[in-house]
Design a protein. Structure first.
Length: 347
């Protein structure tokens, strides 16, 4: 039980508590022992009134419209970009420290973009905006691995192809994948649902996530570039991506090519990755071993395998990584931000 009567413990609000990420935050508040003196839940009017157990106590979901954030110390926002754009700054103005899991404030100059294992040092006090941004679900595991490469060998270029699960579109995305898969199995000629992903996702891959930009890249691909530069403090980082949706329920995968500025020794690279907190290296002892979304294991770790230095270019190497996008890529990172804030006494 992490509920305490201590008045110094924070009061917590979770906005979007009935969604996939919000439900995961609710779970993590209890399982990680996040200290608090009370949790309130908020969501849209259609979800208001639902009862959800949080850390052993039953909470009733409140309507976000008119929700009073005064008295809330930490507010997790996971209800979508438009909701954060409307409600996050007013919540911060009422005194809450907002930890936002959308794209609304990530590139805002007054808002730190934080992966605690990478750049917790930027958390030195309450941000001017009153908001701390949680990065994109594919950016988080990537920067957690490549920071050590930059520190040891330097980075000339990073090329990433993502393989992103249906849960990136929340409960509705998962439901559409399952509905489409069942329909395709029973009626092979049926028209499959395509509301959430633009094209049917069942038994398919869709190389297009988020909106199209004038550059021909998508917003999801641009996010990974901009966010990696900001988190790593490398404004000129050469990183390019192709983001692909795949028919997997949960956990994103990435194939990552890194060209360093100096030759890379595989043995040292594997050792450095294995030393990182909450990282599991699958081919540390068995060459060629790799994680998959179904078999990776510990959901709170970044999993990496197939670590290969190119024989024709000793500065270049490949990584294959898998991470639970609802946890590593969203809820867990947000809760770890809150833990960092509390550990440093920044409220």
């Amino acid at each position: 039980m992490t509920f305490v009567s201590d008045s110094k413990a924070p009061s917590i609000a979770i906005v979007g508590a009935t969604g996939a990420v919000g439900q995961t935050i609710v779970e993590l508040v209890g399982t990680r022992g996040l200290r608090h003196r009370g949790v309130r839940l908020a969501a849209s009017a259609r979800s208001a009134g639902r009862e959800i157990e949080v850390d052993g106590r039953t909470c009733t979901v409140e309507d976000l419209e008119g929700f009073d954030f005064s008295g809330v110390d930490i507010a997790f926002f996971s209800a979508g970009t438009s909701v954060s754009q409307k409600y996050a700054r007013p919540a911060a103005a009422q005194g809450a420290l907002v930890i936002d899991n959308t794209n609304a404030f990530r590139m805002d100059a007054d808002t730190p973009l934080v992966v605690p294992q990478v750049n917790a040092d930027v958390l030195t006090g309450r941000p001017a905006s009153g908001v701390i941004a949680n990065p994109n679900c594919s950016t988080i595991p990537l920067v957690r691995l490549i920071q050590t490469v930059e520190q040891r060998w330097g980075i000339r270029q990073v090329v990433v192809s993502t393989y992103q699960a249906a849960s990136g579109q929340g409960e509705h995305g998962i439901a559409e994948l399952r509905q489409g898969a069942e329909l395709a199995l029973h009626e092979p000629d049926a028209e499959l649902p395509a509301d959430r992903f633009g094209k049917p996702l069942a038994f398919n891959v869709v190389p297009f996530i988020d909106q199209l930009l004038d550059t021909g890249f998508t917003m999801e691909e641009q996010k990974m570039l901009q966010e990696s530069r900001k988190i790593l403090g490398l404004p000129h980082l050469d990183l390019t991506t192709t983001c692909v949706r795949v028919p997997v329920v949960n956990s994103h995968s990435e194939a990552v090519w890194v060209e360093a500025t100096e030759p890379v020794d595989r043995t040292e690279l594997v050792a450095r990755l294995a030393e990182l907190p909450e990282v599991t290296v699958h081919d540390r002892d068995t060459l060629g071993a790799y994680p998959t979304p179904l078999t990776a294991g510990e959901p709170d770790h970044v999993h990496v395998g197939r670590i290969r230095v190119a024989p024709h270019n000793p500065r270049g190497f490949w990584l294959w990584l898998v991470a639970d996008n609802l946890r590593i890529g969203a809820a867990l990172n947000a809760v770890q931000i809150a833990e960092t804030v509390l550990d440093r006494g920044l409220l």
